[in-house]
Ligand binder design. Structure first.
Ligand SMILES: O=C(O)CCC(=O)C(=O)O
Length: 335
């Protein structure tokens, strides 16, 4: 008779085998790779890489000072994700209902000048404010400056045989972080100002992530105090509840088998974040941290996608606590 311990051993062996073979090595390209090098050494093995000097030719590289951005974008209305704790789209405990929710940010709309006033400390905000719309925000809200960067990453487009699905503009400060999650995209992430730290885990470590289903909630400003408050919503979202900065191994014992790869991307550098890698992101920088990322739809024809879908179904079928994930397959990045 197979018991829970045997099942855990199977998954732990799988996690460890990948770790033993690959370690925590991250390739650093001292100059942009050719399409062939990138495909052979990074995309095919589905391994992260750091690329130096990849966008020195962009006007944005040195030109995106706050002064310039004010002159180009100042009165344009932009969407800002506002949270009281710096975590948008994250599992959050609500002391009022004593329950954990998948909590989305309040979407604030303000002029870019107002956002910069907050970043520069000229205007006080109780919230963490993060420009982090992921709908291809660069051409939508930032069309005034979109020509300051390339439309795609040429060696990546050539390697993947496609153009990016979305190009996103990110602007935040050390108050905001992005919680642990994965995306079905090949991601070229260029840091233009400041520093981003990514904590990465390979897709093989899905077992360690304790993904569960949470009721949705959203932050809303209270009509009298204007303070952001958590409001439960209908609907659910499967999400990872672990914060790798403060992992609670009693609550999330499987996370103890995860092996983080922590990389800091400095300004002028780019991270290649392969499809389906789990990542949490923090940032640091005196006058705000700016990045542009290119999301290329992942390849569905090799074994990665169906293997990960199988892995998820196996885990959800076996782990009692995860059963309700099966009902949420449609919400997953793997469906
Ligand atoms: O920069 C961030 O805060 C998050 C980036 C991210 O999650 C992504 O590019 O997929």
């Amino acid at each position: 008779m197979i018991d829970q311990k045997d099942i855990d051993n199977v998954f732990v062996n799988y996690v460890k085998e990948y770790q033993d073979i690959n370690g925590t090595y991250v390739q650093v390209y001292e100059k942009p790779p050719t399409a062939l090098e990138f495909l052979r050494d990074s995309v095919q093995p589905n391994r992260p890489a750091i690329i130096k000097g990849g966008f020195d030719h962009w006007p944005a590289r040195t030109g995106w000072t706050n002064e310039y951005l004010r002159s180009a974008m100042g009165e344009t209305k932009v969407t800002v994700a506002a949270t009281p704790n710096g975590y948008a789209d994250a599992v959050t405990f609500d002391p009022i209902t004593k329950k954990e929710y998948f909590t989305m940010p309040h979407e604030d709309h303000m002029t870019f000048n107002t956002f910069l006033d907050i970043v520069e400390g000229k205007q006080v905000s109780e919230n963490a404010n993060y420009i982090s719309l992921q709908n291809g925000s660069l051409p939508v809200e930032y069309s005034a400056i979109e020509n300051d960067v390339d439309k795609d990453i040429n060696w990546c487009s050539e390697a993947l045989g496609k153009k990016p699905d979305a190009v996103n503009f990110w602007f935040g400060d050390d108050k905001s972080a992005t919680s642990l999650h994965k995306d079905p995209y090949e991601n070229c992430y260029a840091v233009i100002r400041g520093q981003k730290t990514f904590i990465l885990y390979p897709p093989t470590e899905y077992y360690c992530m304790h993904e569960s289903v949470y009721q949705n909630a959203i932050y809303k400003p209270d009509t009298t105090t204007n303070k952001l408050e958590l409001k439960p919503l209908d609907g659910t979202t499967p999400w990872i509840p672990v914060n790798p900065l403060y992992p609670d191994f009693t609550k999330f014992p499987r996370f103890s088998h995860a092996c983080p790869i922590t990389v800091t991307i400095n300004e002028g550098e780019m991270l290649y974040l392969p499809a389906l890698w789990f990542h949490q992101v923090m940032q640091k920088g005196d006058e705000g941290v700016i990045a542009i990322n290119y999301w290329y739809d992942m390849h569905y024809s090799n074994m990665l996608y169906p293997t990960m879908a199988l892995y998820r179904r196996l885990l959800t079928g076996i782990m009692e606590e995860n059963r309700d994930l099966l009902d949420n397959e449609g919400d997953s990045d793997l469906e």
